[in-house]
Every structure is written in structure tokens, then in C-alpha cells.
Design a binder for this molecule. Structure first.
Ligand code: KG4
Ligand code: ZN
Length: 394
């Protein structure tokens, strides 16, 4: 990914370049059709966006999402071939629904007014990514629209840009000021990213083994809870925390791997194993036992995230915004702990996604596309390829 190279869009088989001369005026209105198929959510959205990158005016004209998580439950994780088949089956249905929802009367007019098609290129499961890319490219050819490849993690960063009137985020009316620090926590990723400016990234640290969401899911499985287990573990932990507050504080404490390491990397595999060994020695007998284990696990997992974020904010004192993104951003305890920690950094504003935008969705892909187009950082791409291990800033 070259942040400031010339912009090359694919239009059908032809390539054409947009130099900065012919860039759209900043803040011009844009309709973006966005497609997301990186994992087990099939999602299509049509967005109308105007305004500045730091506080755009976002209208969601249509948004359709199908979660396959119940189908993958029996595998305890996402089964790539099943995900691919489901995406193939569902994409045309979701597209039709999105377009119908977006059209007040004339469907063809809605299609004509679409300026760009944005599609997730990676990271993710390659068979699943290919499905979305092929679908987007076929639409691009048929409708003669440019197709823009988007990094899924960039989507999680800019998911905070959409806050509807029902959202209770503190940052609802504040601008996304740069530079920012993004803590991205999902089922596949745990990383701290320095967002030097819109479209310009440096990964400061990432997990060396399991992602934090994956650890939540695995601990959930050990506790007999179905996939995705993060929200269920978190609910149990909340109850466990009440028990602990009433008594003398937690009696069960799990290790906090790498909390004092001299870098911004994470490790969640050891914590998961510590829970496993504990459960082998102390089988669950009551609901209270479950709540205690969930609480001790969540405390340890969140402590490491908060400490590493604090360390990064101390080192990068120019940071004005802390962005929390990814599925685990729905975790109430994590949000509270980050907000508490930010009292030490009064000039830093916390931006968190509203709950439906923390897990995978197409709205965030459309938002990231808007940022790329407005920043002139769309990728120089001869061909859009699925890139399972795509990394920000590389
Ligand atoms: O971003 P996402 O939808 O998919 C990936 O890109 O991985 O994240 C899904 C992950 C799952 O591991 C799920 O268990 C976790 O986010 N998750 C949570 C919560 N809600 C979702 N983890 C902890 N607490 C939650 N409330
Ligand atoms: Zn995700």
C-alpha cells in the first residue's frame, strides 16, 4: 500500500488514473456502495457522505447484513468453505434489498447515482474475501463504476465516524482529530496503530499469538458457551464483578502476559491456557464459579489492553484521539476502563463505535472508502487480489 501514490481506479478492464488535479473537491457528495465478506458476516450498504473527513455527514440509504455465526457454531470458529458458500448465496439477495431500501422510486436512478463500489480486500479468510471481490468487480463492470479495495482494519478505525442520534457515545459531536491512536480488537486482530493522518498508519504493536476476541471465544467454549462467546463471557464477568465487589475483592487472578514488556505487542495464548489449567483443576460446579472465572479472565485481558494503550499515549504525546474499534469494542468493561484511564490524558478524546458498528459490517467499509477518496490515498492497483494477511501501513 503506497499512501500517497497516484490514484488508479479500475473501470471494467481498463485502468484510468486520477491525479490530484482532478480529485473531487473536498467535502463533495459521494454515494458509495460497500461490500464486506472478510469473515462470517455478509454485508452490503449504500452510503451518502458529504463533508470533512474529521466529521462527515453520513446518511445510510440502505444497509443489509446476514450473520452466519449460528452456522459456524458447531465448528467453534469460522469454517472458510462454508463462509464462502454462504457469501455467494447471500450477496445478490442483500444487494437487491439494499438497493430497494435506498430507492424512493426509480431503482435504475439509484444505481446511476452510485459513484464508487468499495470492497474489503483483506485481512480475512481468503475464500471469503474472494467472493466479495469477484462480486464487486462484476458489478463494477456491469455498471461502469470504479471499484476501491479497502483494508478491513481501516474500516474498524473509521467505524467511529458514524454515530446516529440513538448513540450514546461521548464523542458523538466531536471531530476525529489527528494524529490518533487506534486500539483494534477483534476475533482475528489485536493491534495498536498510530494513525498519523487519514490514510497514514504505523502498527506500533500486535498480538504474537491469539487475538483478544479469539481468547474470549476460546474461554467461552471452555465454559460451555457457544460461538461467538465474547459477549456471553462479558455478561458473566459483569455478574462475577458484583460478587467480587460485595466481598473482599477477587480471589482468582490470572496472569497478564506481556503487560510489562518493553514494546506494544500482546499475547493472549498464555492467558487462555492459564484458564484451561485452572478449569482442569477446579471443574465448574455452580453458576457462580463460571462468573468468577469469566470475571478474572476479562480483568486480565482488559488490563493488558489498557496498560499498553496508556504506554503508547505516554510515548506518543502528540496523539489527540483514541479510537477503539473491532468486535471487542462492544465490551462495556473495556470502554469504561479506557475512559477512566484517559483521565490522565485530558487532551485525548475517546471515540468508540456505536454497538452495531463494532462487529463486522459494510458501513465501516464505505466510511473507509470515503476517507481514502478524500485523502487521495486510494490504492494503486492493477488488479484487486484477496490478501488474507494485509497489514495497515505496509
Ligand atoms: O470485528 P469482529 O466482528 O470480527 C473480526 O474481524 O474478527 O469481531 C468479532 C469478535 C469475536 O471474537 C467476539 O467474541 C468478539 O468480537 N466480541 C466481544 C464482545 N462482542 C463481540 N468480545 C468481548 N466482549 C464483547 N462484548
Ligand atoms: Zn472485523
Amino acid at each position: 500500500m503506497r499512501p500517497f501514490g497516484p490514484i488508479v481506479y479500475r473501470l471494467g478492464h481498463k485502468l484510468f488514473k486520477l491525479g490530484s488535479r482532478v480529485r473531487l473537491p473536498v467535502g463533495s457528495q459521494m454515494k458509495i456502495l460497500a461490500i464486506e465478506t472478510s469473515c462470517d458476516e455478509t454485508a452490503v450498504a449504500l452510503l451518502e457522505i458529504t463533508g470533512l473527513r474529521e466529521s462527515p455527514n453520513v446518511k445510510i440509504l440502505g444497509n443489509s447484513l446476514f450473520s452466519q455465526s449460528h452456522l459456524h457454531e458447531q465448528y467453534g470458529g469460522v469454517y472458510p468453505d462454508l463462509a464462502k458458500r454462504e457469501h455467494q448465496k447471500n450477496l445478490p439477495i442483500l444487494l437487491e434489498k439494499t438497493l430497494k431500501d435506498s430507492s424512493t422510486n426509480n431503482l435504475q436512478e439509484t444505481i446511476n447515482n452510485i459513484g464508487y463500489i468499495a470492497v474489503t480486500q483483506g485481512p480475512g479468510l481468503e475464500p471469503a474475501l474472494w467472493t466479495g471481490i469477484t462480486f464487486a468487480e462484476n458489478l463494477g463492470k456491469k455498471w461502469q463504476k470504479p471499484v476501491i479495495p479497502i483494508d478491513h482494519m481501516e474500516g474498524h478505525i473509521y467505524s467511529v465516524l458514524y454515530q446516529d442520534k440513538f448513540s450514546i457515545s461521548n464523542s458523538q459531536f466531536s471531530k476525529l482529530e489527528m494524529p490518533a491512536l487506534a486500539l483494534l480488537v477483534s476475533g482475528g486482530h489485536t493491534e495498536l496503530v498510530l494513525v498519523k493522518n487519514f490514510g497514514v498508519y504505523e502498527i506500533l504493536g500486535k498480538t504474537r499469538d491469539d487475538a483478544v476476541g479469539e481468547a474470549f471465544d476460546k474461554v467461552a467454549r471452555m465454559l460451555g458457551l457457544s460461538y461467538p462467546g465474547g459477549p456471553k463471557v462479558s455478561k458473566l464477568a459483569e455478574k462475577g464483578r458484583t460478587l467480587n465487589t460485595d466481598s473482599q475483592g477477587p480471589t482468582l487472578v490470572f496472569p497478564r502476559p506481556m503487560i510489562n514488556s518493553n514494546d506494544f505487542d500482546f499475547s493472549y495464548s498464555g492467558l487462555k491456557t492459564a484458564v484451561l489449567y485452572w478449569l482442569q483443576k477446579h471443574p465448574i460446579k455452580t453458576e457462580e464459579d463460571k462468573e468468577n472465572v469469566a470475571c478474572a479472565f476479562e480483568d486480565a485481558a482488559v488490563d493488558v489492553l489498557v496498560e499498553k494503550t496508556r504506554k503508547a499515549l505516554n510515548q506518543y504525546s502528540e496523539v489527540k484521539t483514541l479510537i477503539l474499534g473491532g468486535g471487542v469494542a462492544a465490551n462495556t468493561f473495556l470502554k469504561k476502563r479506557l475512559a477512566d484511564m484517559l483521565q490522565e490524558f485530558p487532551s485525548v478524546t475517546l471515540h468508540t463505535p456505536q454497538s452495531e458498528l463494532s462487529t463486522d459490517n459494510a458501513i465501516m467499509i464505505g466510511l473507509a472508502a470515503y476517507i481514502r477518496i478524500e485523502s487521495g490515498t486510494t490504492q494503486e492497483n492493477q488488479e484487486i487480489r484477496a490478501r488474507g494477511n494485509l497489514a495497515l501501513g505496509v
